[in-house]
Design a protein around this ligand. Structure first.
Ligand code: NDP
Length: 256
């Protein structure tokens, strides 16, 4: 079965993605910023439950040397990744108005949410091109976890919106570059998903959702995103590339 590298698989949406993929029979390597006994234990538990190979790594996605080490470790365990899921991401630690946002936060968000995934994709793509998939049965693709914030302008976290707008373009760029190698590239665009990232704004979104922000009046869950990733990873959308797949409960449907 194909092997998948998932960044930021330790919790939240990434954990949902890892669970969904292993339940579909994929071998999975995932990372958080640090390797920990907890993530090793979780990998072992998933392995025992689903009878697939699962490994946990430590990697700071914003750091080039750390990305190189991640790929080397993954390759030792699994060989060339068949699928890359760029999920790791951060929100600003302080939601500051555009007039107050600091360059440090801007740089942190761009490095983590855009630059890291972009260059990890570059490194994985080079390996995929150098090691073409042997079996026709092995479907390869790259999945970027974007955000509705690529389209929606939030002036108290502009750096996040900018980073995700960049991910949207990176998806198109890689889709064009890798099309002839039969490697589709997708952007999966979540709406409001329950995780540590959104825990700080629970009350705000409880109210917005009750008031109709999303057509489907509930929070999204990591499992919702996991199921959508599995759909892409299993090749159900093989004749699409450079596409945005919204998983947002209808949040982005334009209405009067
Ligand atoms: P969480 O904060 O809950 O989890 C973030 C994950 O990313 C953790 O596994 C964390 O690992 C990892 N991570 C953070 N920084 C780094 C880094 N520098 N290097 C490697 N791993 C890192 O966030 P979510 O699960 O909510 O978000 C996941 C993705 O989904 C992000 O890209 C986010 O922008 C996107 N998204 C989220 C939405 C939401 O409503 N929650 C909506 C739209 C998009 P650890 O802490 O173990 O180091």
């Amino acid at each position: 079965m194909a092997s998948v590298l998932v960044t930021g698989g330790t919790r939240g949406i990434g954990a949902g993605i890892v669970e969904s993929l292993v339940s579909h029979g994929f071998s999975v390597g995932y990372c958080g910023r640090k390797k920990s006994s907890e993530s090793d234990a979780r990998a072992a538990a998933l392995e025992a439950e689903h009878h697939v190979r699962v490994r946990a790594y430590g990697c700071d996605i914003s750091d080039a040397a750390s990305r190189t080490a991640l790929l080397s470790a993954f390759e030792q365990d699994f060989g060339t990744p068949d699928i890359l899921v760029n999920n790791a991401g951060v929100a600003p630690t302080v939601r500051a108005d555009l007039l107050e946002m600091g360059e440090e936060s801007f740089e942190r968000l761009i490095r983590t949410n855009l630059q890291g995934p972009f260059f990890l994709t570059q490194a994985v793509a080079k390996r995929m091109l150098a090691n073409p998939s042997t079996g026709a049965a092995v479907f390869r693709c790259i999945i970027n976890i974007g955000s509705v914030s690529a389209d929606y302008a939030s002036i108290n976290r502009g750096e996040y919106c900018l980073s995700k707008a960049g991910v949207a373009m990176a998806t198109k760029l890689w889709a064009v570059r890798l099309a002839d190698a039969h490697i589709p590239v997708y952007e999966l665009r979540p709406g409001v998903i329950r995780s540590d990232m959104t825990a700080v704004v629970t009350e705000k979104y409880d109210k917005l959702i009750a008031d109709g922000l999303t057509l489907q009046r509930r929070w999204g869950t990591p499992a919702d995103i996991g199921r959508a990733v599995a759909m892409l990873a299993t090749g159900s959308l093989a004749y699409s590339t450079g596409e945005v797949i919204h998983v947002d409960g209808g949040l982005s449907v334009l209405r009067f």
